[in-house]
Design a protein around this ligand. Sequence first.
Ligand code: 13P
Length: 253
Amino acid sequence: MRKKIVAGNWKMNLDYAEGISLFSEIVNMVRDEKKGDQLAIICAPFIHLNSLSKLGGEIVKIGAQNAHQNDSGAYTGEISAKMIKSVGCEYVIIGHSERRQYFAESDELLAQKTVKVLENNLVPIFCIGETLAERNDNTYFEVLKSQLEKGVFGLSETDFSKIVIAYEPVWAIGTGLTASSEQAQEVHAFIRKEIAAKYGEAVAEEVTILYGGSCNPKNAAELFAQNDIDGGLIGGASLKSRDFVDIVKAFNS
Ligand code: 13P
């Protein structure tokens, strides 16, 4: 049985006090309300991670949003996977479209980061997704296949089996335009098929594939009911405790 996950990505939001306060609310609500065995994760800005993991890391897991590809060195302003691990984090988002777009992170760099994250016994949440132009000109399957091939298909089967994939169509991120459940399922099934072709059916069946892009309490249950959608990566709605926890609970509805 593959893991069901709802992960919040706070992006560059919330100062320290706001982050502590929101996380505490989420932990209390998840503790009281969550049913089933789905996993809740919050991927917070670096400055929050140490405190959050001590506040409720058993109930809501902690993730970072990026990591450097080296362990240490003269890389002013950067944070390594080793450092992230040392404060009790378990997950790291790699390859978010905002990193690809605004920080020019290439497929090759993201492959290196993924390896480094795994080396430090953290789980990469590896993001792929097409732009609106790529969706409209029907090249999205090729784009997604190439992102998988260059980003994660260099991993050994053992390492690949540890990662989580997130499909985030760029046109659906922060726009209020969600992929329909049919559109999302079509892509998730495609991703699983590509994984099966590379690593075999057994590995493909076990990989958790999350959907991200304007996921909210209203559309989550329908998305999560699709065969190949194993949860969500949530941006805006993870900044409101009620909305985030309602999305976590969408697995039970
Ligand atoms: P929104 O949920 O705000 O569209 O963001 C999705 C996202 O980018 C999560 O990583």
